[in-house]
Design a protein around this ligand. Structure first.
Ligand code: PHE
Ligand code: FE
Length: 279
């Protein structure tokens, strides 16, 4: 983190900075290797095929923190996306603007060893290992691009809390149904040791079929394991369901109460009713 503070003048108006790849320390690369080694074992057989295919061939490997320019060159050939370096979370408007230009903002710093298991804000491991593999899937790449446009619109309509929930329950914490069983595609899950196992194997959380309006009504929290996961059948379904103009959705949502995050609601397609308690 310190490195960015040493170079405040580096930051451009769109909140991007240079990665300064040559300045990572051996300890920082070692942290990456430890995280990569642990998570790549856990996601095998748990993450969806599209994610695992994406992870291969992007230069996101056990070797160390990747050079974003090299990853970008490989991504660009496949879906037109590139990475840009940011100091951490950036204002929503700037984030969505990057997405509309097929630029994915990636945090440059890596978590310190004492926070190996849990970190509340995104670091380079979450952003790269979590988000980047699906950006070389053509449908998901288009979904993220559309999300950028949708985000700018939601900002104007004062509806960002609703769209934020869609981001949360799909991009960050989404599950997908496959012939082999439930699999993970959410980046917040694949970058978390505990949640990678919990989301599929624990009886505690609900698993409910994807429904855009239902998701937008669901209260979310960022500091604990999810109480409910939403399950898509495939990425085409997700893309088609989010294609309509959300303006009337937002108007309707402003008249509807939120659904507490652990609750099953009328009309839910319940794949698994969570037991809701630990143990
Ligand atoms: N169709 C959405 C809208 O009108 C845009 C969007 C697409 C949002 C995909 C999220 C994901 O706002
Ligand atoms: Fe994320």
């Amino acid at each position: 983190m310190a490195r960015y503070e040493e170079h405040p003048a580096d930051m451009r108006a769109d909140y991007t900075i240079d990665q300064h790849w040559d300045q990572y320390t051996p300890e920082e690369h070692a942290m990456w290797r430890a995280l990569f080694e642990r998570q790549s074992k856990l996601v095998a057989g748990r993450a969806c095929k599209e994610y695992l295919d994406g992870l291969n061939g992007l230069g996101i490997t056990l070797d160390g923190i990747p050079d974003f320019e090299r990853v970008s060159d490989l991504m660009e050939k496949r879906t037109g996306w590139r990475l840009v370096t940011v100091p951490g979370l950036i204002p929503e408007k700037n984030f969505f603007e990057h997405l509309t230009h097929r630029r994915f903002p990636v945090t440059y710093w890596i978590r310190p060893p004492e926070k190996m298991d849990y970190l509340q804000e995104p670091d380079v491991f979450h952003d790269l290992f979590g988000h980047v593999p699906l950006l070389v899937n053509p449908i998901f790449a288009d979904y993220m691009h559309a999300f950028g446009e949708g985000g700018l619109k939601a900002l104007k309509l004062d509806a960002l809390n609703y769209l934020g929930r869609l981001y949360w329950f799909t991009v960050e914490f989404g599950l997908i149904n496959t012939a082999e069983g439930l699999r993970i595609y959410g980046s917040g899950i694949v970058s978390s040791k505990t949640e990678t196992v919990y989301c599929l194997e624990s009886p505690i959380p609900n698993r409910i079929g994807y429904d855009t309006l239902r998701i937008m009504r669901t209260d979310s929290r960022i500091d604990a394991l999810q109480e409910t996961y939403f399950v898509i059948d495939n990425f085409e379904q997700l893309f088609e369901a989010t294609r309509p103009d959300f303006t009337p959705y937002y108007e309707k949502l402003k008249t509807l109460p939120d659904i507490p995050r652990g609750q099953i609601a009328e009309g839910d397609i319940v794949l698994h009713r969570g037991t809701g308690v630990a143990g």
